[in-house]
Design a protein around this ligand. Structure first.
Ligand code: MG
Length: 281
């Protein structure tokens, strides 16, 4: 029997195929086309629910409401209602002598307290972790012969470990990481915002306590922000360790600690403090 053939053109060439073979080719072509259409359908984007359009209320929350705190008087920077008053001009009942815990021996008069260098450092009875501290201080006018670190030297120690320097830095040069507003022997103040002797200076200190690892090193270093007379002088500064007079900072594990005010051994007249309050954070 004569075999039936057909001629078709593939890619520009004329070829002969038997009828059976041609049917086979048609079937394969149809199957491929079906497979392609199924694949294309499967690849069409699956329909998911549309993202709900944002409304203002979706990014607002109302609770918990921040506690209401009554600010102190602007004129005097007196303590806000949730602060612990450490010195209000009347007595040093919140303080003890650092040496032996006996009554703080500094001289309270006229609503202020003046350092008694014979008595030594004083510290708060209470201990603190992270806090906001307000403290005002005044360098008395004195002879020009008192210079550098020997002119109104005192200090505010955070957790009894880290000194924010108090010094007469008004037209009185010294090493910059030891002038007023410095993290002593570590970080100088960003600017010198010092008022003249006889005028009152203000420190507002925001301190974040460190967290220690089991091996006694810092997991998170202590940090401090200081405003001196309303001017930023330390901006979330990392404290490297204790503020040593001689030697480098030491990392000493500790928990909460008191605020300590320094009675410095320099021969210049003792400085004065007033209006001291603290808020735990
Ligand atoms: Mg000092």
């Amino acid at each position: 029997m004569k075999k039936e053939t057909r001629r078709i053109i593939i890619f520009g060439e004329t070829k002969s195929f038997s009828t059976m073979r041609l049917r086979y080719i048609h079937m394969l072509t149809a199957a491929a086309a079906l497979l392609a259409s199924v694949t294309a359908f499967a690849q069409q984007a699956k329909e998911y629910p549309k993202q709900e359009p944002m409304r203002p209320g979706m990014s607002e929350y109302w609770t918990p409401q921040p506690k209401i705190v009554t600010p102190g008087l602007q004129a005097t920077s007196s303590a806000p209602s949730d602060a612990i008053v450490l010195f209000d001009g009347r007595d040093l009942s919140a303080w003890v002598n650092d040496k032996d815990g006996s009554p703080a021996g500094w001289n309270v008069h006229d609503g202020i307290v003046t350092v008694d260098k014979k008595a030594g450092d004083i510290r708060t009875k209470e201990s603190f972790g992270s806090f906001q501290l307000h403290i005002e201080w005044c360098i008395p006018p004195m002879d020009a012969g008192f210079t550098s670190q020997a002119r109104g030297n005192s200090g505010v120690y955070l957790q009894n470990k880290y000194e924010i320097q108090v010094l007469d830095s008004y037209q009185n040069e010294t090493y910059v990481n030891g002038q007023a507003g410095s993290v002593y022997k570590q970080t100088p103040p960003l600017v010198n915002a010092m008022r003249a002797p006889g005028e009152w200076n203000v420190y507002d200190i925001i301190y974040t306590a460190p967290v220690f690892k089991e091996d006694g090193t810092y997991l998170y270093q202590p940090r401090v922000t200081v405003l001196h007379n309303g001017v930023l002088v330390q901006n979330n500064t990392l404290i490297q360790g204790t503020t040593e007079h001689i030697g480098f900072p030491k990392v000493v594990p500790h928990g909460d600690g008191p605020i300590l005010l320094q009675s410095h051994g320099d021969p210049s007249p003792g400085i004065s403090y007033r209006n001291i309050w603290i808020r735990r954070l």
